[in-house]
Design a protein around this ligand. Structure first.
Ligand code: ADP
Ligand code: MG
Ligand code: MG
Length: 204
């Protein structure tokens, strides 16, 4: 795999498309076990991201990711803004000064991103948060020497679906305790869109 500025911008555009067309769905998921704003939060944030990227010029992939991070941090309220902001900031830092990102570099960046999210949210795998998608992605990447885009997508999808059976112990859904079981985690669904979009970019 190779990721250049063009692909990273396209990754964010495709993520935005998925989020905009699933805004109501994300909202309904968050209405079930949260406060019902995840669709709105993500739709606002990623629209701002796309606006920002289309009106800027970049030399490095890390600069694109930095703008993604800063935009999400400043435009998305709630838990997900700072957490996604941290994920993209960690990726940006890990890829600093690189023009064409190769697979080992990308792997390292995603590992750093997950570690950052875990640290910031004080959560681990199994607590019914976006980490339940990001961590299986890291495990999957660690096992491969070459990235299979289709498998990246299906790994994210399976991980997202598996959040249905988990009991939330972090985030708003944790207030529901046992009653959070049987619902998908909204942040895991939006994380799935992020990886599904990346998979599409890598297939082009
Ligand atoms: P809020 O819960 O503040 O309204 P959102 O609805 O935008 O924020 O985002 C909720 C999502 O954020 C959850 O579905 C979950 O995936 C993620 N999340 C919440 N708390 C944490 C945490 N401590 N660590 C990781 N992810 C979290
Ligand atoms: Mg919410
Ligand atoms: Mg909220």
């Amino acid at each position: 795999m190779e990721l250049q500025i063009k692909q990273v911008i396209s990754w964010m555009e495709k993520t935005n498309e998925k989020i905009q067309s699933n805004k109501e769905y994300l909202t309904s998921l968050d209405q079930a076990i949260g406060d019902g704003d995840h669709g709105l939060n993500m739709a606002r944030g990623f629209q701002e991201v796309v606006n920002k990227l289309s009106s800027s010029n970049y030399t490095y992939v890390s600069d694109v990711l930095k703008d993604v991070s800063m935009t999400l941090l400043s435009k998305v309220g709630g838990a997900s803004g700072p957490l996604y902001g941290t994920a993209f900031l960690k990726m940006s830092t890990a890829l600093k000064g690189i023009e064409t990102v190769d697979y080992p570099q990308f792997k390292k960046a995603v590992v750093e991103a997950v570690n950052g999210v875990k640290e910031r949210g004080k959560a681990n795998k199994g607590e019914k948060t976006m980490i339940d998608v990001w961590e299986p992605i890291v495990d999957f990447l660690q096992k491969q020497d070459n990235l299979e885009a289709k498998e990246l997508e299906s790994t994210a999808e399976k991980a997202m679906e598996a959040t249905q059976d988990l009991k939330a112990t972090k985030g708003r859904a944790a207030y529901l305790k046992e009653r959070s079981i049987g619902h998908l985690d909204p942040g895991s669904v939006s994380s799935y869109y992020i990886f599904a979009a990346l998979s599409e970019v890598l297939e082009e």
